[in-house]
Design a protein around this ligand. Structure first.
Ligand code: C2G
Length: 129
């Protein structure tokens, strides 16, 4: 049973997020997502359209996601890898290198981001009519 761990805000869930979750899940059998709390988003200077609870409901409906847990700070990742017995930590490659310290605890994989889509862009673009 290979366990995968990833983190993010996953606001206004879009196909870039799904593409990441799908590829992460394909690396193992069980995908745990550390979902950024509203308070942690503030630390990331990110505002989300949906609240943590709303983003959690949406993410839990995704077929690739097995467990959603809160991400409250930058420091919890080592503990989380141990707590959730993660074999592989996965992030989009906009984070390339930023989490290499986890290599002492699990495999670290950075996956290519899906181009041309983001929650910010989705919220800003005119709706297709
Ligand atoms: N992502 C992607 N392609 C996009 C947009 C996002 O592959 N077009 C990936 C990101 O690289 C990330 C995940 O989807 O791995 C979630 O993206 P965000 O919600 O923007 O997460 P972020 O704000 O980068 O938070 O501790 C880590 C942070 O919580 C990551």
């Amino acid at each position: 049973m290979k366990r995968i761990l990833t983190y993010g805000t996953f606001d206004v869930l879009h196909y870039g997020h799904i593409n990441l979750l799908k590829r992460a899940k394909a690396l193992g059998d069980y995908l745990i997502v550390g979902l950024s709390s509203d308070e942690f988003n503030a630390l990331k200077n990110k505002k989300s359209y949906y609240t943590y609870e709303q983003r959690k409901i949406i993410l839990e409906a995704c077929r690739y996601v097995d467990l959603v847990v809160p991400e409250n700070n930058w420091e919890q990742k080592i503990d989380d890898v141990q707590k959730y017995q993660a074999d592989i930590f996965v992030m989009g490659d906009d984070w390339e290198g930023k989490f290499d310290f986890l290599k002492d605890y699990c495999e670290v994989v950075y996956l290519p981001r899906t181009p041309d889509v983001s929650s910010t862009k989705t919220k800003a673009e005119k709706l297709h009519v």
